[in-house]
Design a protein around this ligand. Sequence first.
Ligand code: SF4
Length: 379
Amino acid sequence: MTVKIVKAKKYDVKSLESLIRDAIKDIGSDLKNKKTVLLKPNIVIAAKPGSAIITHPAVVEALINVLEENGFEDIIIGEGPGVGADEAKAFEVSGYSKLAAKKNVKLINLNKAERTELKWKYGIIKIPKIVLEADLYINLPKMKTHGQTAVTLAMKNQKGLLSRADKQKFHKLGLHEPLVELARVIKPHLTIVDAIEGMEGEGPLNGKKKKVGALVIGTDQVETDAICCDIMGIDPEKVGHIIEGIKQNIGPEVPDLIGDDIKEVRAKFKQANEKYGKFLNVYSWRNPYACSMCIDSFSLAVRSSIWSPKYWLTFLPRFTYYAVLKHLYIIQGKHAKIPDMKGKVICLGDCTREIAEKNNLRHIKGCPPNSREILDNLR
Ligand code: SF4
């Protein structure tokens, strides 16, 4: 199977359209006699198109134009934003509601989608019916680093297909292995990675924008992810789910690479700190037993406080006080340890209840904690 790298400097729909049209032809993706398509971008939270957190809607718009030319009648954009995210807000702020209205296509919240039960290594997994029924399923991840899985690309973007319960189960299973199994169960027909502007450092939400200036397009998700790692200067052998995907023959070992020279788009991505994620003076301590959903809930709370006037006089000034003038440490996950540093400590999630009680620390309940619980309980 083939992966094509195409240089793309800007989020300009017209030029992206012709790059995507040519790439689909060159990699031999078959669009003939197909009518229904599900497009799965990454819209994990309410973030603006240029934030580098989400797949830019210009890429999806360009793809929709190409699909329309090819006679697709039912084009559906579907995403299940992160646990605790306000889905309607996520679609609105990201520009996807506007795009769906402009192109007259459906935009569906996969968190509420009708599901089909499939057997997999860990019992039963519930996959949105639309993913299984569409003639074509196209995965559109954003190129980002990730505090727990090193990178988030095509294989990781499929997590947005899962129900809340399955998302939680994934974390308890250790992420990399269930991602490999998910890639075995659900295989996108096409993957288009938005690497025009990616995110490095404290991804997937709190990193820095990293310009790459490319789209990476392939028919095999494992192979496409491996090429993306190469572009990011990250050894795919060190990314558990990708190397396992290759070893278990889910993706071919040697990708057939075409298009622009990989050397011309390589951009060394800074990886997330192994000990903690840091934003201003807020440290989120990493713990292999913690699910990303715990800290994602905290990030979501901070972001939603920006959009909700209700919290402008409560959560937001308190958070700013700790983040700018003091130090705030967030601990999470089983067997968490209290950092040996001075500052305010918040114990996040049900896993930290005991340690919070023992040390008389502020505890925010939930598994994962609801972002509203965090917004109402930061003191
Ligand atoms: S409390 Fe947080 S870390 Fe613990 S199981 Fe729940 S989501 Fe995971």
